[in-house]
Design a protein around this ligand. Sequence first.
Ligand SMILES: Cc1ncc(COP(=O)(O)O)c(C=O)c1O
Length: 398
Amino acid sequence: MLAVTQDRIAAAVGRLGAENAFQVLARARALEAKGRRVVHMEIGEPDFDTPQHIKEAAVAALYAGETHYLPSAGLAELRSAVAEYSSRFRRIEPGYSPENVIITPGAKPAIWNTLCALLNPGDEFVYFDPAYPAYASAAGYLQAKVTAIPLREERNWRMDLDELERSVSERTKLLVINSPHNPTGGVLQREDLERIAELAKRFDFLVLADEIYSRNLYLEGEYLSIASLPGMRERTIIVDGFSKAYAMTGWRLGYAIMDEKLANVVTLFNNNTFSCVASFVQRAGIAALHGPDEPVRAMNATFRERRDRIVAGLNAIPHLSCTLPEGAFYAFPNVSRITRDGRKLASFLLDEAGVACTAGAAFGAAGEGYLRFSYAASLEDIDWALSAIAEALPAFRG
Ligand SMILES: Cc1ncc(COP(=O)(O)O)c(C=O)c1O
């Protein structure tokens, strides 16, 4: 007899979401095990190696005996480095202090623990659709009242701000934004951020700005964080990390920056869940922030070249169209002239073309009729995938 039957599982588990890309990855690996060639465009992780000086810092820390527990908010030197880097990169005045920073094993737990620290059942939480699944999963788990604002392809995947204005009020507690955006590559412009900031101040809500792709930007000019706009420093929680900018997904290192009182509460959640991030991993983070920026720029230049190649290639395939992403490393083509059922098409492309991608609907209802391709693959693989898709598509029956 099974000791763990379904009725023993907590009912709240039914409110959790999950990242579909990991399920596609498992299927793709099973095909590879049978000898099939698969180009991986399902998972959102840079295919580059972590820069050498970052690895060396971790190894040196290990040999120096940095293998013990640390404070739950993070290593003081890393909190300082993050405060200094973020104030400079985002042009924050007055600059952040280390007490504003908490270190987490990736940006994802920073999102989870911050939402745990803020949301009561019934609190109004506003985000956007399509979206990285972690926000709605945490907010749903916490029984917040969740509203999703659809993003518009015709606005190059920026939010419809009139719709946002109709959806927020004095009851809104927290709004999440994510720019550059997963899964579309959309980037909020200055006028978008100014309007969002005005609403946040008018209705007195907080903004969680997921800026994990802030170094993956293809627009001219500097990155603009909502936290740098007048009156927004205290109202904004920045979530960022090392996964995407430094090709460090597997290291599990991220952070959040927020009001000191809130940081103390989120630290309590850190304390209750993972205790602290591994010491040598935090040392690697310091090396990343203090070391040369050139590897980050070089990776981004390569992403940009790949973006141009994949977007042009997708647009050349009959019945597909793809807007030009301005950041992150995702292409989000419209496949609605072929099918509304992106899951079926993604599954067909994996089986028949050997191309692993994710259905847009895995990121929310507004992603229906789209696919997400992570172009963290070589130009050669991208070319191979584009040919394979073009060849296989005519046989697809929606
Ligand atoms: C928008 C967004 N936020 C946060 C994360 C989490 O990143 P990590 O936990 O690896 O730092 C991801 C990862 O895909 C993401 O796409």
